[in-house]
Ligand binder design. Structure first.
Ligand code: AMP
Ligand code: GLY
Length: 425
């Protein structure tokens, strides 16, 4: 089977490595990829939303399967582009249709969906330019803090937690009147603030049946102790200690099953990953967001624990035979520590030479995120540079192993958190 994987992060390196280990893997192409994916297959210089170029490539290279890593191509409708094109129809795309991708692409769409299917999620109201004055009145009487969310995709920056009414009103005005996030903030969701602990659940679905993958918790803040600016993610752990059988049974009964059944009943085509961003409030799960793809860096702990053949799962998704599959997870704990460039998530420098990356072993893999190869040298090429994943009998041990390697790898301006998983150690 020839495969095209779209993306260039640590998530894509983890997916590429896993697929390359399958006996069913023929040629594996990654567009645009990074220095790590180049060790699993062939990198191709192509944008993830250049659909015409992707079409030509797929036909020329007899591609049998397309895996969009991030939400971008999915929200832009790559699934529909393939299914509506006579020359591409035979090539399955692992992911939702454009409509299904709205579960991530529009917070208002996701909220309405959850309301229709009685899926637990914080109370909210939605406002736009027409209902602006009503929004102002609503904010003025709202309890603090106030959560404001740009409806559309805003590169992970669209959520603001305002501590005061002034801040909330100012942000509301900037989002709607000054188009702070462009079209993405034409509509704003104002949501009840939750107090609890976050985690993420993942499923893969063929549109009817679903399989639950290992869960994970990521650490979004740049600083230790969860302080400072939000990032794409500074590390992750799997499993999540509080996500025991009883909690996960609630997640499945109240959230996962109603979501997959709801999509199916409404005729929303969805054949791929669903990422559930959850809050645990005294043992009761609530959804704060859906994503239509795997998480990054969550994939770097979930995929190393997955003992299945990933291509077998993807084929089952494409053929609608997922019900017959069983998921097998490594009982060990995985912890990943992200090495990032100094300055990230704000301005940072690139093109720093990286040394000391160890070869993968049975209990540690260094996934590449923002890296590129120049001759024999590997250079930094992004804010998040490498994700060091270790597997061990417990979380403390896994973390210690990742931190040892974090120290050994060198590049100018290397920054990382030493406290990934801190609340569980
Ligand atoms: P999101 O972009 O939806 O993942 O939100 C970014 C972050 O904002 C989440 O990881 C949470 O930490 C926080 N957040 C989102 N919604 C809420 C909420 N209703 N209450 C408290 N925190 C929230
Ligand atoms: N790590 C969070 C995400 O992938 O959205």
């Amino acid at each position: 089977m020839n495969i095209l994987l779209l993306g260039s992060g640590g998530r894509e390196h983890a997916l590429a490595l896993k697929m390359s280990q399958s006996t069913q893997c023929g040629q594996l192409f990654i567009a645009p990829g990074n220095a790590g994916t180049a060790q699993c297959g062939t990198n191709v210089q192509m944008g993830v939303s250049d659909f015409e170029q992707i079409k030509t490539f797929c036909l020329e290279h007899a591609i049998n399967l397309v895996i969009p890593g991030s939400e971008e191509a999915l929200v832009n409708g790559i699934y529909d582009f393939f299914s509506e094109d006579a020359a591409l129809q035979h090539i399955p795309v692992i992911g939702p249709s454009r409509e299904g991708a709205q579960m991530e692409g529009s917070k208002a769409f996701a909220k309405l969906f959850m309301q229709r299917h009685n899926i637990p999620t914080p109370a909210y109201r939605e406002f736009n330019a027409t209902s602006y004055e009503a929004g102002v009145a609503y904010l003025q009487q709202h309890s603090l803090p106030i959560v404001l969310k740009a409806d559309g995709l805003a590169a992970g920056k669209g959520v603001v937690i305002a501590a005061t009414h002034e801040e909330a009103l100012d942000e509301f005005e900037q989002m709607i009147k000054s188009a702070k996030f462009g079209d993405a903030s034409k509509t704003v969701v104002v949501e009840e603030f939750l107090r609890g602990i976050e985690m993420s659940a993942f499923v893969i679905t063929d549109g009817h049946s679903y399989k639950i993958l290992p869960e994970a918790k990521d650490y979004k803040k740049i600083g230790e102790g969860d302080l400072g600016l939000n990032t794409g993610g500074m590390g992750a752990v799997s499993p999540v200690p509080f996500a025991d059988k009883a909690f996960m049974a609630k997640v499945e009964d109240r959230i996962i099953r109603p979501t997959v059944e709801g999509l199916s009943k409404e005729g929303i085509v969805y054949k791929g990953f669903i990422f559930f961003g959850l809050f645990n409030i005294d043992g009761e799960p609530m959804v704060i967001e859906y994503n239509c793809r795997m998480g990054d860096p969550e994939t770097e702990v979930v995929i190393p624990r997955l003992q299945n053949d990933l291509l077998e799962l993807f084929s089952a998704v494409a053929e609608g035979t997922l019900a017959a599959q069983t998921i097998y997870a490594d009982v060990r704990t995985a912890a990943t520590v992200m090495l990032v460039s100094k300055g990230y998530p704000e301005a940072y420098e690139k093109n720093k030479a990286i040394t000391g990356i160890p070869a993968p072993t049975g209990d540690q893999i260094v996934f590449h995120a923002g890296t590129r190869q120049d001759g024999k040298t590997i250079l930094t090429n992004g804010g998040r540079v490498l994700a060091i994943t270790s597997l061990a009998a417990d979380l403390s041990l896994a973390l210690v192993h990742s931190l040892q390697t974090a120290e050994q790898i060198q590049f100018e301006g290397k920054v990382y958190r030493r406290d990934i998983g801190f609340e569980f150690i």
